[in-house]
Write a protein that binds this ligand. Structure first.
Ligand SMILES: [Zn+2]
Length: 161
């Protein structure tokens, strides 16, 4: 969890005492309004890198932008609301926000400028998982990476340490 909102709103003569869990995928860097899953109190929060920068501040009469993923009641035997309870918690869609989706960069060279093996495609002759156990004949197997390596050497971008 990035953080929680422990709701202390007094409803019907006793504090709500619901813990609303702010999951990191959605709330890590986020500004907006979220609701308490139990009493529906709307809180403004501003989170930066998982830290509560501002809030939670009550915003009576406003609508939440996004609900917490999960909530429970630690003082009442941990009764809970699972994800996807309408009007209380958000459905779990197993995906981070769109800005965190995409393809990983393929690294061909280490920080010292030496070729690494963790890129693709690797030739079928590499066998299972393209491991080339003791011999990585880069010149033969990946001529384009070899050429790039020679280029790097000429430019002095390859270091020992
Ligand atoms: Zn509440």
């Amino acid at each position: 969890m990035a953080d929680v909102i422990w709701c202390k709103k007094v409803v019907g003569g006793k504090p709500c005492n619901t813990v609303n869990y702010l999951d990191p995928y959605c709330f890590w860097n986020w500004e907006g309004k979220t609701n308490c899953a139990e009493c529906g109190t709307v809180y403004y929060i501003y989170m930066i890198q998982g830290h509560m920068y501002r809030g939670p501040e009550e915003k009576p009469g406003e609508k939440p932008d996004m609900s917490p993923l999960y909530a429970d009641h630690p003082l009442e035997g941990y009764t809970y609301y699972l994800p996807g309870v309408k009007g209380r918690t958000r459905p779990f869609e197993c995906l981070p926000r769109h800005i965190y989706l995409g393809r990983a960069d393929m690294v061909k060279f280490s920080i010292r400028g030496r070729p690494v093996r963790g890129w693709r495609p690797q030739p079928p002759s590499g066998g299972l998982a393209g491991q080339f156990p003791y011999k990585w004949d880069i010149k033969k197997l990946s001529p384009e990476v070899w050429a790039e390596y020679q280029e790097k050497k000429k430019k002095g971008e390859v270091k020992e340490w």
